[in-house]
Design a protein around this ligand. Structure first.
Ligand SMILES: Cc1cc2nc3c(=O)[nH]c(=O)nc-3n(C[C@H](O)[C@H](O)[C@H](O)COP(=O)(O)OP(=O)(O)OC[C@H]3O[C@@H](n4cnc5c(N)ncnc54)[C@H](O)[C@@H]3O)c2cc1C
Length: 312
């Protein structure tokens, strides 16, 4: 007999794990299908703004979220979901190796790193152009690095890169770095970090490896010698599954939800960075995940009606 889950959560980052934990606690038969368990927060060294922890590593926080979900008997399949389709009485979630049936779905697929729109950035990806300081900063030990970006993520990435590199330039498009005050202060006090404002990176230059960043500043072309470039210019919502399923997304590709995590499609809920919520932080994702799980519970206990038996 096919096992039908009450809820299938797609994505195992803070939103998916928060949703899974709460759904499990509500006694819903819950499956989380997600690649890269822990999500984006597991790729940052230090989290200092998650209530309850003055300071915790991203990896440990992700581990605790996972452990909490598992505590309530939630199942986890660490795979990429290829498709979600509507079937009678619910949804079918397909991975490369399995198909899962669920009465409701919570989309928690987060974002993908926004690629640097500069000449040769793709050519040097993984060979001097990087998207994760935690993963790749040690490669820049005693060398010169640039971090492209102007937000809190860029500040945190620069601080991490500066633990290895002898010099780190933060290349901001606007005037100043828009980071959380404690992170901004750490950046400003770090003698290895220099912020260069009004910079538009147009090209990555090199031979086998990265040698220079070519940038436009005040109408002039300038070149900066570096050995590596970290890109921290935000994320693009991973909403392809939602689009294919027929769930409404906005002009930025974010899944449109109401405050309770309900999408345009009955039985489909969404949470975290993939949604139109705006403020992309782990605590917001967890909270939205909880809200979406509660909405799924309400849906299953008051709206959901099994209409007919499905053929195997
Ligand atoms: C450098 C950096 C530092 C940060 N620092 C902080 C911080 O200090 N404090 C803070 O609160 N926030 C921080 N953030 C933001 C925080 O990481 C995100 O807001 C949070 O991780 C979003 O959670 P999410 O679950 O919505 O999405 P994600 O964390 O992106 O998780 C989504 C998950 O879904 C998976 N997925 C996507 N598509 C599929 C699919 N088709 N099949 C299966 N799985 C899929 C992904 O692989 C991923 O594991 C930081 C972000 C960055 C980049």
């Amino acid at each position: 007999m096919v096992c039908v889950y009450d809820v299938c959560v797609v994505g195992a980052g803070p939103a998916g794990l928060g949703a899974g934990m709460y759904a499990g606690r509500l006694n819903l038969r819950t499956l989380i299908v997600g690649e890269d368990a822990g999500g984006l927060i597991a790729t940052t060294t230090l989290v200092e703004n998650y209530p309850g922890f003055v300071s915790i590593s991203g990896t440990e926080l992700a581990g605790r979220l996972l452990e909490h979900a598992r505590h309530y008997g939630v199942e986890l399949v660490e795979e990429r979901v290829e498709e979600i389709r509507k079937v009678c009485n619910g949804f079918e979630v397909a991975t490369g190796s399995g198909r899962y049936q669920a009465k409701s779905v919570i989309l928690a697929t987060g974002t993908a790193h926004r690629k640097l729109p500069a000449k040769n950035a793709d050519r040097f990806e993984g060979r001097g152009v990087y998207y994760c300081a935690l993963c790749d900063a040690p490669l820049l030990r005693d060398r010169r690095a640039a971090v492209v970006g102007g937000g809190d993520g860029a500040a945190k990435e620069a601080l991490l890169v500066a633990e290895y590199a002898q010099k780190v330039y933060i290349l901001c498009r606007d005037e100043g770095l828009h980071a959380e005050p404690p992170n901004l202060r750490k950046v400003e006090e770090n003698p290895r970090i220099e912020i260069i404002n009004h910079t538009n990176v147009v090209e990555i230059a090199g031979d086998d490896v990265v040698r220079e960043v070519v940038m436009e500043r005040h109408g002039r072309t300038e070149r900066l010698e570096v050995d590596g470039v970290f890109v921290a210019i935000g994320g693009v919502p991973r909403s392809e599954l939602a689009v294919k399923l027929g769930v409404e997304v906005n002009e930025k590709g974010e899944v449109v939800t109401d405050k309770k995590g309900r999408t345009s499609m009955p039985g489909v809920f969404a949470a975290g960075d993939v949604t139109s919520g705006g403020f992309r932080q782990a605590i917001i994702s967890v909270a939205e995940g909880v809200s979406a799980a509660y909405s799924a519970y309400r849906y299953l206990t008051s709206e959901y009606v099994e209409t007919r038996r499905c053929e195997p």
